[in-house]
Design a protein around this ligand. Structure first.
Ligand code: 76R
Length: 248
């Protein structure tokens, strides 16, 4: 058996994608629309408090294209907290105009591929803050789930640790060339959802997503082993933009 990679887990993640029933929104009375919008503002204010108290983090983006209209990315300490967050949304007046579009459950993950052998990364405060990150407030987000292939000679899980470590080093080097332009949050979902990881990328320039993901396609670990789910891309839904996005 190949040596398993060691992972550290942090906050749990829910990527909660919703569709908005805009017809329903338009047909509602002005007062109903105000109530629904107010209900959404109330939730957002609660999520901001949780983030200020470092009990989790939430990022809101509107989704471009027909796969969804809104994504709420929640990080929380436990699965119970995530479920409560989802339920509070479902019970709010705003949820009446939303329908589920997609969801992804995972947990923030760091692996020991690039840590020095013999050191304990969990002692490092920088590692602790990467496990419980405050989500960036960039203009754009990109999310997709992915697997590492298990087919014939391209079976990631049959490679020995050293081969995987070498490939992950090269992967990390490409990634680091985008330092300051992209923040990646890798969440592991083996045993939790349909794919093995969720990849969430944050950037102010959406072209950076295209350049980074394309460059990685030529790198061995993505070229041979990467299998990808659907891609979602979004624009930041700031507090100020909510009233424009949900017009009276
Ligand atoms: O050196 C370090 O501290 C971190 C190195 C690193 C690891 C271990 C790293 C760096 N990643 C790691 C793990 Mn990544 N990453 C992806 C994708 O589209 C594709 O082809 C792949 C999707 C992108 C775009 C990306 C970006 N990474 C992982 C894992 C877990 C693998 C495992 O355990 O087997 C996956 C699935 C994955 C996928 N990666 C970086 C980036 C970027 C921008 C970096 C550098 C920034 C950073 O250090 O955080």
């Amino acid at each position: 058996m190949s040596e398993a990679v060691q992972t550290l887990e942090g906050w749990f993640a829910l990527h909660d994608f919703r569709r908005i029933d805009w017809r329903h929104w338009i047909q509602a009375s002005r007062e109903e629309r105000r109530n629904m919008r107010e209900a959404f503002h109330t939730l957002v204010a609660q999520w901001e408090n949780i983030e200020a108290e470092k009990r989790g983090s939430t990022a809101l983006y509107t989704v471009v294209g027909q796969k969804a209209d809104l994504v709420m990315i929640h990080l929380r300490p436990t699965l119970e907290d995530l479920e409560a967050t989802e339920r509070a949304f479902d019970l709010s007046a705003f949820a009446a105009v939303t329908q589920p579009a997609y969801s992804y459950v995972s947990v923030v993950e760091l692996s020991n591929y690039t840590t020095k052998p013999g050191t304990d990364p969990s002692d490092d405060p920088a590692v602790q803050s990467r496990l419980k990150p405050i989500l960036p407030k960039t203009a754009h987000v990109c999310f997709y789930p992915m697997n590492k292939r298990r087919e014939g000679v391209d079976n990631w899980y049959m490679l020995d640790m050293e081969q995987r470590r070498t490939m992950m080093r090269s992967h990390g080097e490409i990634g680091r060339r985008y330092a300051g332009k992209v923040t990646q949050i890798i969440t592991g979902s083996v045993g939790l959802d349909d794919w093995e990881w969720g990849v969430t990328l944050f950037a102010d320039d959406p072209i950076t997503f295209k350049k980074l993901v394309y460059e990685m396609r030529f790198d061995e670990v993505s070229a041979r082993f990467g299998e990808f789910g659907r891609f979602f891309v979004g624009n930041r839904l700031s507090r100020d933009r909510i009233d424009v996005w949900l017009p009276e």
